[in-house]
Design a protein around this ligand. Structure first.
Ligand SMILES: [Zn+2]
Length: 640
């Protein structure tokens, strides 16, 4: 350390004082963020921000790297109507020439308060290049990052924001953000760090229902369900019982909770693309309008268990590269195979343990996942590690070309790797220990309020070694760097099952076909095609390189017109596959490629092929043991 000249030391001290006072927004003097959703049905969110400031240059930034999205997707394009005023007088601003998320201004002498007003334009329809839609005529989902600016520099943990929210008449709301008071249609939230505010979205609408998921217990758990009408809110007693069992199962798995309360925000709408984003004390879940009404939809979804698991794996414990101090610092995705892969594993296992996902659906889900990962020629050039590092580019990648490009495969392939790891621990310990023990040590500990404990690859290896003596470093590196052939299926095989193909459609893929209108012929002809109707109708989504369809010349992005001379439908395409089984006839597919039409003769005679799991005789059924209910069974609900 250098000895400092006393004059310079004094100057240094004064500079520090100036910097720290410039970053006000403290508990004594919080930033005030007033949001008005009365125009949310018209897809406009109004906001006004009041900040304590000092005269001189000031840079405000709009959140760019959105937690949970692992990508620089802050919807700056829809931040509009910006006006900066000091003492009622408008002052000029200028966007940074390089950083589109930074706005520069000069606070005039004598000013101590800056007011910024602006609107956020919420997309009315899903569109690949914009943020997800966040409102309809009857409800809205407010993610605070959409309507927040903050001073550049300080950690968002050090900025205190006091938010208020005005809702349309008679709208109700749900959120994990603590409320200080409510009056005349305005909700005043308790001041909180900007990190906590942004981590606590609000769901609101005309038709909103609260369901208690842990009656009489601390911390409280609830699901707040919103839809465009009252019908979709009708959860059955059985569904509520499974959701309560889910809360109990996470207690049995982790042994501790790191939140003051937990709120599932659940949007049931076919106007919003299905999605889930995790938060520490809540999650923003979006799925089909018929979620509670169609047993197959409820029973094939691991959405709520997945996002809930993230409270431990992702929020409390977080890869060091994703534990950034603000929303402008780039995130590093290299450990997403733990953050998302292990969560994918436990999302499905907890769905099975809590009875949300019936055992048959659980097997079909695993079979579909394993078969899809096993049929990824893209692994010959791109290893799993690269899919995690490139996460910020892959989330928005199209389905066209995904078997050759690969996608965010660290979810599904991560699941397979963690299943294999679980089987290894059980074998090494003579069935005395399991991956659950790793979770309890790594994610459990003492009950606490939200806090972030970052981890590195070495920490994961050390945590696994604590549970079972094994070369975990070598195990993970081998899987992360593998170029195949095929997916890691040892976890399924060591759990007593093997991947097998029959002509009976996979039940999980069937639900996907009905709900998503996507016909999956990946394991026979080698492509997926969007059903008829709508803008995407008839579009061939992906063609697996080397498959019969690819060899015939069919490519992603073409439109399927006819099968053997007749307008195509899922049924006549399936019939055509059945008809040519074990014959010499080809299947002639007429397809449109831009302005051109051509017939492609597919030389395929293997019949329909869909993945399933079949037991390996003589091997222990470890899968059933892993998926078995671990907590005490919660009683059937009578009180919701
Ligand atoms: Zn996730």
């Amino acid at each position: 350390m250098l000895r400092m000249n006393p004059f310079l030391a004094r100057l240094f001290f004064l500079t520090i004082l100036a910097i720290s006072s410039a970053s006000a927004q403290t508990a004594q003097n919080p930033a005030r963020l007033d949001v008005d959703l009365r125009d949310a049905p018209r897809h406009i969110f109004h906001a006004q921000l009041t900040l304590a400031v000092k005269p001189g240059p000031l840079t405000l930034v709009y959140p760019k790297w959105i937690p949970g999205e692992h990508s620089p997707t802050g919807p700056i394009v829809d931040l509009v109507g910006l006006r900066f005023t000091v003492g009622g007088k408008e002052i000029p601003w200028r966007r940074d020439d390089v950083d589109m998320y930074a706005l520069h201004l000069d606070v005039p002498g004598g000013a101590d308060q800056l007011r910024v007003s602006y609107d956020y334009l919420s997309p009315a329809e899903a569109n690949g290049s914009r943020e997800r839609p966040s409102s309809t005529e009857k409800f809205a989902i407010l993610n605070w990052y959409m309507v927040t600016l903050y001073p550049q520099g300080p950690k968002t943990d050090d900025l205190i924001y006091a938010a208020t929210l005005r809702l349309p008449h008679n709208w109700k709301y749900g959120t994990a953000l603590a409320v200080a008071r409510e009056s005349e249609g305005v909700i005043e939230f308790a001041p909180a760090t900007l990190t906590t505010v942004i981590d606590s979205p609000v769901i609101c609408g005309s038709y909103l229902r609260h369901i208690d998921l842990s009656p009489g217990q601390t911390p409280p758990h609830a699901v707040h369900v919103v839809a465009d009408g009252p019908g979709p809110l009708e959860a059955t007693p059985g569904e509520v019982q499974h959701l309560r069992q889910l809360v109990a199962e996470t207690g049995a798995l982790f042994g501790a909770r790191h939140y003051r309360r937990y709120d599932f925000l659940l949007t049931l709408s076919d106007r919003m693309p299905p999605d889930g984003v995790e938060h520490h004390e809540s999650s923003d879940n979006r799925t089909s309008e018929a979620f509670f009404l169609e047993p197959e939809l409820f029973g094939s979804s691991e959405l709520l268990p997945h996002e809930f698991t993230h409270s431990w794996n992702g929020k409390y414990r977080r890869p060091a590269g994703l534990a950034t101090p603000d929303y402008q610092t780039p995130m590093k995705g290299e450990l997403l195979w733990v953050y998302e892969g292990l969560t994918q594993y436990y999302g499905v296992m907890l769905a099975a343990r809590a009875g949300l996902m019936p055992p048959e659906m659980f097997h079909e889900y695993l079979a579909s996942t394993a078969a899809t990962m096993d049929d990824r020629p893209g692994r010959t050039w791109r290893d799993l590690q690269d899919t995690a590092i490139a996460a910020q580019t892959l989330y928005s990648s199209p389905q066209e070309g995904s078997s050759w490009r690969r996608s965010v495969d660290y979810y599904e392939e991560g699941l397979l790797i963690w299943l294999e790891a679980d089987a290894v621990i059980r074998k090494q310990s003579g069935n005395k220990k399991s991956l659950d023990d790793f979770c309890r040590n790594f994610f459990g500990g003492e009950n606490s309020s939200p806090r972030v404990v970052p981890y590195t690859f070495d920490d994961v290896v050390a945590g696994m070694s604590q549970v079972a003596d094994f070369d975990w470093r070598g195990f993970f590196i081998e899987h992360l760097k593998s170029h195949g052939p095929g997916a890691p299926l040892a976890g399924i095989e060591n759990s007593g099952w093997r991947l097998a193909f029959t002509n009976v459609q996979n039940e999980y893929e069937h639900v996907d076909e009905v709900a998503g209108q996507i016909l999956n012929l990946q394991f026979s002809l080698g492509f997926l095609v969007h059903g008829s109707g709508g803008e995407d109708g008839d579009r061939i989504l992906d063609v697996v390189p080397g498959s019969p369809a690819a060899i015939a010349g069919i490519a992603p992005g073409m439109r399927l017109i006819a099968v053997n001379g007749r307008k195509w439908s899922p049924e006549n395409l399936r019939n055509a596959i059945r008809r040519v089984k074990d014959s010499k006839d080809s299947i002639d597919l007429l397809a449109q490629n831009g302005d051109f039409f051509a017939t492609y003769s597919v030389d395929y005679h293997g019949g329909e092929r869909y993945p399933h799991l079949e037991p390996i005789s003589g091997k222990t059924d470890l899968l059933s043991e892993i998926a078995r209910m671990k907590a005490a069974a919660v009683p059937a609900p009578t009180d919701f």
